[in-house]
Design a protein around this ligand. Sequence first.
Ligand code: SF4
Ligand code: SF4
Length: 459
Amino acid sequence: MRPFLGRNLSWPHAILGKGVRLPESASGWLVAAGCEPAYVTRPKGRGYRRSDWTLPRGRGYRGMAAGYGVAAAFGPRSWHFMLHLTTRPSMATEPNQIRHRIQRAAYEKCIPIQVVFEVTVRCNLRCHHCYNFDRAEPRPLARSREELTPEEVLSIIDQLAEAGTLYLAFSGGEALMHPNLLDFVGQARRRYMLVRLKSNGIRLTPAAARELVEAGVHSADITLYGATEETYHAFTRVPGALEQTLRGIDAAKEAGMKVRLSFGLMRTNIHELEAMMELARSRGLNYTMDPHVTARYDGTRDSMELRLDGPSLRRLYESTLRQMLRGPSNRLDLPPQCSCARSVCGITAFGEVYPCIGAPVPSGNLRDKSFAEIWKDSPVLNRIRSLKLDDFPVCKPCPDRAFCRRSSGAVYSNTGDYTGPEAWTCMEAGILHELHDAGVRGDAAPDENTVQRFSVEPE
Ligand code: SF4
Ligand code: SF4
């Protein structure tokens, strides 16, 4: 296994692997268009060589070929454009095959293809469930003085590019509270990453949204905590937050961002779920729903009281969430593990590296070591990568494992044990198992990319 690749290696084309050789002119186009040399081909000291570009056989070739046209037309920012064109059904008839090959190879080769970077813990809301820290307390805000400087953030973005990151999400806190966010977005785009914003939407004025799109933001995940001002105010402790959020959502969409809404399902808003779905549908937006709430990273745990109880969760799976019930997993030979520390990574505003932003296991600090050193040598990350089914002694024989939506990161947050069980997760798995045995089925095909959360297309 090669745990890390340097910048002179073009891992995406290595993944695409054996296939159709491109005509020489195509490679020339790319270079002429100024595409990232590291992603084109750069055998040291030998200039560009067409044989380094290979493509998968089959109809996906047409999408890639279209990508070359885009590369020629739009210049240096087009590598990701090409990558995404090839994964769009309209451009390639084998999109999943290509995307899964890239994801699988990143997983196997331990390339941090997908990173969430919390650029600040500051926020303009004070949500009850916030996992950063208890926002009813002012204390941790003093720590914002210790956050990474803009120069440090820019340097880390460069280091991520060298490590092979393709998808970079800026998060927080509220990422838009950071005065240098546009610089960070621009830097990530210059390093050919696809930039996503995770935001509460409040600061997305039409002008701010346009600036972000011009700087290179491709898409935004915007959280929605209810469908009425009353619920929103009680939950976020900020009056008028819903109206501002909806304005932000509309501004982001209008500016050209691909917007997806995220619903955290909790006791406080579950009665408004239908209305939240309608807010998404009426705007033609996709949304995700997630009933999991974790303890906070400051060790406080009262946020978990917001989680749905068993009867509410069961009713939800029998009704609104029924369409998303999945059949049992047939891969019980695998450990109940996700992409933590393999193709996924998280970085905090203080430079801490986590195996995933949802798994706050300290693995090294970027003020002490480079990202490459931490990613390659951290005992924590290497231990997570080496976990086997036998390392999950309670989960391995569990009768509900085929239905379990276990996230090791969430389990670690809630219990301090990365490989153990967790009571609420076990309750949910039991409910899903019982419903399946009772013949309750979903009517939608399972999406293998959504493990913890459900993703819904607008009707
Ligand atoms: S918007 Fe996000 S970061 Fe801000 S308080 Fe709410 S949960 Fe925390
Ligand atoms: S239901 Fe509980 S014990 Fe079973 S696999 Fe899931 S977390 Fe582990």
